[in-house]
Design a protein around this ligand. Structure first.
Ligand code: ZN
Length: 496
């Protein structure tokens, strides 16, 4: 039932031109997607709204657009080259590759939270010294928590092969036939120029955040910023991960919206600042994106899943059809990143307080969101099946088209001419669709499925009195308006 809803949304997204599978013409390329005509508009509207809300309407924020390819030393200093990796395991029988934590957690969710149901006598289990576990109670705890976050490769290996003896989820070979669990780095290396070796090594950025840290000095020197202030960036990041489907929820190439909010640790208390950011993010999701408040919640990271340098991390989660999942991370990263880059580059990354002359190495709070994930949330949250139609009730300011213009009949030149005039009037102000195919009912249904809030129909009365019918997407109610009043009418609607 639940997967059914997700399947329907994925199918609508392809059928109506939101999201296509990547490289489909050549059989597809896993975990990549292309955005179609209306998907491109929606993605752009979300990005523009994010930028306007977090950068342009705040005096304490500036923007940055860093390079996608960057120096390997950035990613060494940030810790990504050494530590940004997933533990993977291969089935030797069917050659499928899986994330080790997913294999175990899927098994745990199938078997449940009661250790007595596993058919294993944990008290008398004999532990090999290489497993990284000492007592049966540790395994029982994992079963109750249903989480393996923070475990190392040896522990994951022992759980899959020796303790739970998990079968391959793909070919089901009994007790499994697994390779050892190994770590794979998620960064994409790029060989630059024709010189082999370290000199030509770059990386596609694994996150936009590092470009903000490495440009901190430049921004401070070239602008009038003063602590506390934030630098925001919107753009693509790349992670070579194996992902479990769910459309654009997790992909190897994705669009991030990241903010590093810098503050003087001695002057500003981080706890109230952290709470303020939570409120700002809530307001953006509920008021700007028009998402149902009930479908959003916050989850505090436990010690074992938080990065060692973070003092607190909380995730804003959205209730997708496949469960509550991370939408937006908020982390207090201390001065970890600037310290690392200061040490590695041997350049000073402090800012001088103009009032006291004090040099400060700022701490940061980081709100980081995947824009593609916001888009998927908007589609899921807007999807409504009614008796006779499927509607995307997308907030009007996000809708790919604001207005669709129809001539009532496609074979009457005078109606078509007038409809083109109305299109020409509206299209410089609002993204406007024009449709004269099929009957009016079919045109309404297709605009409903892409979330167009208003449809304008030109009929024979229009020719006589210059009025048109406006049909509202959500209520299907119609009203009659003068052509000359249309622009103001939609402006008022979009404001409310
Ligand atoms: Zn297999």
């Amino acid at each position: 039932m639940v997967e059914n809803v997700m399947d329907k949304i994925v199918s609508l997204a392809k059928r109506r031109g939101f999201i296509y599978p990547g490289s489909e013409l050549y059989g597809g390329l896993a975990n990549t997607y292309d955005y179609g005509p209306v998907g491109t508009e929606l993605l752009r509207n979300i990005k523009n709204l994010w930028w306007k809300y977090f950068v342009q309407s705040r005096p304490d924020m500036v923007g940055l657009d860093g390079s996608i390819i960057s120096h390997h030393k950035i990613w060494e200093a940030s810790g990504h080259v050494a530590g940004f990796a997933d533990a993977m395991v291969d089935c030797k029988n069917c050659k499928s590759r899986f994330r080790a934590d997913h294999v175990i957690e899927d098994y745990l969710s199938r078997m449940g939270t009661d250790p007595s149901q596993y058919g294993i006598h944990f008290k008398s289990l004999v532990f090999d010294s290489s497993w990284g576990f000492n007592k049966g109670t540790e395994i029982e705890d994992i079963i109750r928590k249903q989480k393996v976050e923070g475990l190392d490769e040896n522990q994951l290996d022992a759980l899959i092969k020796y303790i739970f003896k998990i079968s391959c989820p793909k070919c089901n070979i009994k007790n499994g036939n697994w390779t050892p669990v190994r770590k794979f780095n998620l960064l994409f290396p790029v060989q630059l120029g024709i010189v082999e070796g370290e000199g030509g090594l770059g990386y596609l950025r694994g996150e936009t955040a590092q470009l903000i840290f490495t440009n901190f000095r430049n921004v401070v020197d070239s602008t009038r910023v003063r602590l506390p202030f934030g630098i925001a960036q919107l753009g693509k990041s790349f992670r070579n991960e194996i992902t479990p489907g769910n459309s654009v929820f997790r992909t190897i190439e994705f669009e991030q919206g990241e903010i590093e909010y810098f503050f003087d640790h001695d002057e500003t208390k981080w706890e109230p600042l952290f709470e303020e950011w939570k409120k700002t993010m809530d307001a953006f999701v509920v008021k700007q994106l028009g998402i149902n408040k009930e479908n959003v919640r916050w989850r505090l990271h436990a010690d074992e899943e938080r990065s060692f340098y973070s003092k607190r991390t909380e995730d804003m989660e959205y209730k997708f059809p496949f469960g509550f999942k991370e939408l937006w991370g908020l982390a207090y990263r201390t001065d970890y990143d600037l310290t690392r880059h200061q040490e590695a580059s041997k350049k000073e990354l402090t800012i001088v307080d103009p009032k006291t002359g004090k040099k400060v190495l700022p701490h940061v709070i980081e709100p980081a969101v995947g824009i593609n994930r916001l888009l998927l949330m908007v589609l899921v949250d807007a999807y409504v099946e009614e008796e006779k139609r499927t509607v995307l009730k997308i907030a009007p300011q996000l809708a790919p088209y604001k207005v669709a213009v129809f001539p009532l009949l496609a074979n009457k030149p005078e109606l078509i001419k007038k409809a083109h005039e109305v299109f020409t009037l509206l299209s410089p102000v609002y993204m406007t669709a024009f449709d004269d195919r099929g009957n009016i009912g079919k045109r309404y249904l297709s605009q409903d499925e892409i979330g167009t809030p208003w449809c304008v129909t030109i009929d024979f009365d229009t020719l006589a009195d210059d009025t048109v019918t406006i049909r509202d997407r959500d209520t299907a109610r119609q009203e009659r308006i003068k052509v000359a009043d249309l622009i103001l009418y939609f402006a008022r609607k979009l404001e409310s």
